[in-house]
Design a protein around this ligand. Structure first.
Ligand code: 13P
Length: 251
């Protein structure tokens, strides 16, 4: 039985004091609950250090939203894996569709980042997912297969235990139109089988595959009840402690 993982991707929201406020509310609420899942928050870089202090000795784990694959150097504006480790991050979101579409990240860039994160002791939350045009053309499986195989080049079977895959159909992100539980389940099964072909069925069986894209308190339970949906990567609904808590409680 895979333990579910609920992660919050804050994106470019919350300054330092807003971050402190949200984390305090969340950790207080979680203290009073018997949680049946792991909880990860991914605030912006500027709040990570303070967030690490606030989540220490709580049930909340800390992740970043991106990193660069080089160790150091003249890469203005970039953040390294070691920097994220040094402020207390355990996870890092990689290959988010906003990074791919707005900032031009390719599968091979995502692959370099995944390998660097792993060798630095960070756990990647590896995002994949098709656009609306791709879904309408009927090439969803083809797209996620390319993203998975290219993104995981030279990743070992042992390292797969450290990786969370997040299936986030682009058309469902920030639109209020979530994939139906059946649509998501179908792609999750496809991805799990693919992981089985590459790394073996034992790895596939253990693989955490989250769903992301307009997960809200009122649709979380249905999505999370699907056999192959092992958690959620939540955007908008994680910016409010009550709605994020209600998604966590729906596990
Ligand atoms: P929304 O939940 O706002 O649709 O965002 C999903 C997402 O992109 C999480 O990474």
């Amino acid at each position: 039985m895979r333990r579910k993982v609920i992660a919050g991707n804050w994106k470019m929201h919350k300054d330092l004091s807003e971050s402190q406020n949200l984390i305090s509310k969340l950790t207080n609420a979680l203290n009073k609950e018997e949680t049946k899942c792991d909880v990860i928050i991914c605030p912006p870089f500027t709040s990570l250090s303070e967030a690490a202090a606030l989540v220490k000795n709580t049930k909340v784990k800390l992740g970043a939203q991106n990193m660069y694959f080089e160790d150091k150097g003249a890469f203005t504006g970039e953040i390294s894996a070691a920097m994220l480790k040094s402020v207390g991050c355990e996870y890092v979101i990689l290959g988010h569709s906003e990074r791919r579409t707005i900032f031009g990240e390719s599968d091979s860039t995502v692959n370099k980042k995944i390998k660097k994160a792993l060798s630095s002791g960070l756990r990647p939350i590896f995002c994949i997912g098709e656009s609306l045009v791709e879904r309408e053309k009927g090439i969803t499986n083809e797209v996620v297969k390319r993203q998975v195989t290219e993104g995981l080049q030279q990743v070992s079977k042992g390292e797969m235990e450290k990786i969370i895959i997040a299936y986030e159909p682009i058309w469902a992100i920030g639109t209020g139109v979530n994939a139906t539980p059946q649509q998501a389940q179908e792609v999750h099964v496809f991805v799990r089988n693919l992981i089985g072909e590459i790394f073996g069925s034992d790895t596939a069986e253990k693989q955490i595959i989250q769903y992301g894209g307009s997960v809200k308190p009122d649709n979380a339970a249905d999505l999370l009840s699907q056999t192959d949906i092992d958690g959620a990567l939540v955007g908008g609904a994680c910016l409010d402690a009550d709605s994020f808590m209600s998604i966590i409680k729906s596990v």
